[in-house]
Design a protein around this ligand. Sequence first.
Ligand SMILES: *[C@@H]1O[C@H](CO)[C@@H](O)[C@H](O)[C@H]1NC(C)=O
Ligand SMILES: *[C@@H]1O[C@H](CO)[C@@H](O)[C@H](O)[C@H]1NC(C)=O
Ligand SMILES: *[C@@H]1O[C@H](CO)[C@@H](O)[C@H](O)[C@H]1NC(C)=O
Length: 439
Amino acid sequence: MALFLIYFSGLQGNSCTRVSYPTRTMCVLQGTSVNISCTYSHPPDATLNSTYWFKWRANQEPSDLQSDSEYEGRAEYPVEETGRSTLRITDLRVTDSAEYRFTFKTSHYKWKSILHGTTLTVTGLRVEVTPVATVTEGQRVTLTCITSCPLADKPSYIWYQNNGPVTGSENPKNQLVLDPVGLQHAGNYSCSVRNYPHLRSPEETLTVQCTMTLQGNDDWTVTCTSSNVCSVRGSTVDISCTFKYPEKQHDLSTTVLETLWFTKEDRNQKPVDLLSDADYTGRVESSCGEISCIGSSCNRKCTLSITDLRQSDSAVYNFRFKTNQPGGEHTANPGVALTVTDLQVKVSRRDGWSIYLECDSMCGNPPIIWYWNGQYVGQARSYGDYINSIDSFSCAVEGYERLHSPSVCKSTPSLSTATHEVNNFRVTKIGQIKYQNQL
Ligand SMILES: *[C@@H]1O[C@H](CO)[C@@H](O)[C@H](O)[C@H]1NC(C)=O
Ligand SMILES: *[C@@H]1O[C@H](CO)[C@@H](O)[C@H](O)[C@H]1NC(C)=O
Ligand SMILES: *[C@@H]1O[C@H](CO)[C@@H](O)[C@H](O)[C@H]1NC(C)=O
């Protein structure tokens, strides 16, 4: 808003004489230039002898700025229409901050105003770091580009780190917030305002210290229910991992940004999200339970379900979670090694007449169920018998009866159905068939 100050020279008592300044205060950046203007009028019968601008100082006679050595080559009065005058000061210095007034003389008269002119404040730029210039990673740091007065036209501010512009930093707010601050933020910072990129503030150094990696390491863990899982081909497996993190670190509340299951990494060593892996389309599901916080430690369990298991699903499944904290990314170590197995009936001959059957898998010793000629026989680790001519056998893992092994047929002369004991196997009769149960 232009402020018109119209003052009459009371001493001379001439109502036709006046000087007015449209702008009472100005805030201008050091190194730029300024135009300070006024309009004036004088008695119509008098001819102007001289006009000039001066820096107002209490109890000092006004002296023309153009003859002041401080303003040499920097102050000029561009030619203006009658009744108007402009003082232009270029290459502004902070010491130019002052009140500027205009005066004129006619042959009989000298304008002597005791009233205000235009007050100019010339400001530099300065970077201030809060709370301190030496911080620990993870803290919140605010850099402020400070001026000693509010610049006109609310310019945008631009930030520089080690002389390079900080991408995306241009903003009408004079602040750059680093939250959370990381090691990559350390360096020398300066600021400038739009249109004057060459007029930068002096640099301020921001020092970022590492958090001690040993301290509080237990606060971040990923634990999976088991490091080895074996499942039968065609079945469904659930793999669960629980991750733990501190609720807060350096006053910053932890937010979990991402959880991820993966078995492979891409060319850039970035994990490939299993949910988007074509090999698993329609067969995987990931879900996470509620977050539970006890004291200052939070945990959450996530489960990956894979259905219709294939042998090619055998792999180490890794779980990773990512938070907003610096370095707040953790991967289960070890992951979960999944083995997908087929079942096979292995036949060995005991003696001339009996045979011994084992249900072979890569899964150690799961509880096995036997089938004789398609009929359920019972549960046993292995099976030994004198066998009738054309009998067929298959096995399955208990709980996965649907997924039994291919059948094997043996034609062996039948001699006896008598109870038979081999080592520590007791042979029990079920219908026409005996199976062995380990004692
Ligand atoms: C001062 O006035 C001149 C002439 O009108 C103009 O070219 C210049 O941009 C002005 N300077 C400022 C800082 O406003
Ligand atoms: C008016 O200006 C002339 C020169 O331009 C000067 O000789 C004269 O002394 C001035 N008069 C006053 C009253 O300053
Ligand atoms: C930051 O400034 C200091 C002091 O001028 C200098 O020693 C240091 O090398 C600078 N750092 C960078 C990263 O430019």
